[in-house]
Design a protein around this ligand. Structure first.
Ligand SMILES: NC(=O)c1ccc[n+]([C@@H]2O[C@H](COP(=O)([O-])OP(=O)(O)OC[C@H]3O[C@@H](n4cnc5c(N)ncnc54)[C@H](O)[C@@H]3O)[C@@H](O)[C@H]2O)c1
Length: 436
């Protein structure tokens, strides 16, 4: 197995030094002390949302359903309009659990810092993946429990930073719950347990499909700088999303990792390209990837992902073993296992996995028994990044090389203005360490 220890201190570029932060309302008192849930007889858990888009708004709702005594008390987004829209929507949907006054609603690149400085107990990190290592680090340094959307980084230095932060969270007894939601789905959990207990014998290979149509695009307005255009359309820029193998297919790759007891594959190779989304508006990401991952014991995962309209779609996990086979999602049916005993289908309850994530996180915080999903969320992110790099470069990429990569995708500056658009990656020409 590849070494999983960071070999060097991550050196993320100085973040947001020149950014303009607009604070709506007054300044806040800085508190670096870990949150005390039962302070002064009030056991309300206060929650701050960072990244007020589609997932962020939903995650706030999931969190509010997770415990009778929680409130949303702070919000931050890069953009004032996104913040404003989310405040309108959440004030209506969360009702008395919405308690965000003007002094605790922030926008701008630095807005996340203001939430960290507030008295929230928990932060929901729902910004584009690029910002996760930095915002996760800030949250743990400020003693906050975290719900952390997937993926958690877009490059090797980002993954190393997250692994270090995860250790700090353990030392501080802080929870980090990952948005890799299938780990919180009752049916997938039960099926996975049966596989791990031997229901299909030894796993011989896994096929992961994430074949879908296209996602949203938010257009371009003449007054937007290139940075604003890229940030609003972050899916299509590798430095922000990691490309769709990292941003979306990670859900499948995480299940492959789970099947392999959360051990990283040794290496992978793959094919990919950009056949339909060729217009500049789609940034520089690919629209399809096919990657073969190999573990030390010889097991292989064949992983396919595509975002092209009008094609065959399928999102499922097909696990082959010496004594049977399993469909983890069973999207055309239920999670199921087929072996010489016949077919077993999961028939138990299936509450929303998104609600379960928050319910379990909040219960763990109240019980003083923190959950830390940090290791697998970092490894599945690394798996996705190495798959992308194998396709971008046309080379075999090892997990060790990926984990130790010095290639940092951060832009020189975080400010509203120009930002370089790297070329579309060309297999056989693009190098793994493009900073060299
Ligand atoms: N677990 C799941 O099933 C699931 C589903 C959808 C999205 N996601 C993940 O959630 C994250 C957000 O996705 P989304 O669909 O909500 O995207 P979105 O674009 O709708 O929302 C992201 C928000 O973050 C804001 N933002 C960008 N940079 C910021 C910064 N530096 N500081 C503060 N705010 C910033 C944007 O303005 C936007 O409002 C992504 O990592 C995505 O992969 C997970």
């Amino acid at each position: 197995m590849a070494s999983t220890e960071p070999t060097s201190h991550p050196s993320r570029r100085k973040f947001l030094s020149n950014s303009s932060t607009a604070l709506v309302g007054g300044a806040l008192a800085t508190s670096l002390a870990p949150p005390t849930v039962h302070a002064a007889g009030d056991d309300t858990l206060k929650i701050g949302l960072i990244g007020c888009g589609g997932r962020g708004n939903s995650a706030a709702g999931n969190a509010m359903r997770g415990d009778p005594n929680v409130k949303l008390t702070a919000m931050a987004d890069a953009f004032e309009d996104r913040l404003g829209q989310a405040r309108k929507v959440l004030s209506r949907s969360l009702r008395e659990k919405y308690a965000v006054d003007d002094d605790h609603a922030f926008f701008g690149f630095d807005a996340y810092k203001r939430v960290m400085e507030s008295d929230v107990d928990i932060v929901l990190l729902c910004t584009p993946p690029h910002f996760r290592p930095l915002q996760l680090r800030a949250a743990i340094e400020h003693g906050k429990h975290v719900f952390c959307e997937k993926p958690v980084a877009v490059d090797g230095p980002g993954v190393r930073s997250v692994l270090e932060t995860v250790k700090q969270a353990k030392q501080k007894d802080l929870s980090i719950v990952s948005g890799l939601c299938w780990r919180y789905d009752y049916g997938v959990r039960e099926t996975m347990k049966r596989i791990q207990d031997g229901a299909i014998g030894d796993i011989t290979s896994v096929q992961e499909n994430y074949l879908t149509g296209t996602l949203w695009h938010r257009g371009r307005k003449p007054q937007w700088s290139e940075m604003e255009f890229q940030l609003r359309n972050w899916l299509y820029f590798t430095w922000l999303s990691g490309d769709h193998i990292v941003e979306q297919h990670i859900h499948s790759l995480d299940k492959a990792l789970w099947l392999m007891n959360d051990e990283l594959p040794q290496n992978c190779f793959g094919l990919g390209g950009r056949q339909v989304r060729t217009d500049d508006k789609w940034g520089h990401v690919y629209d399809h990837f096919a990657v073969c991952y190999e573990w030390a014991n010889g097991v292989k995962t064949y992983a396919f992902t595509r975002q092209i309209a009008g094609c065959h779609n399928d999102v499922d996990d097909y696990v082959l073993g010496t004594k049977g086979r399993a469909h983890l999602l069973g999207t055309r049916g239920r999670p199921r296992i087929e072996n010489s005993d016949g077919t077993w289908k999961y028939k138990g309850p299936r509450p929303s996995m998104y609600d379960v994530e928050h319910k379990e996180m909040l219960a763990a915080i109240r019980a003083g028994k923190p959950i830390n999903n940090g290791s697998y969320m970092s490894y599945s992110t690394l798996m996705a990044i190495m798959g992308r790099e194998a396709c971008y470069t046309g080379q075999t990429v090892t997990s060790e090389a990926m984990l130790n990569s010095q290639f940092d995708m951060s832009p020189e500056r975080y400010e509203w203005g120009d930002v370089t658009l790297p070329r579309v990656a060309m297999p056989g020409q693009t190098k793994l360490d493009r900073s060299a």
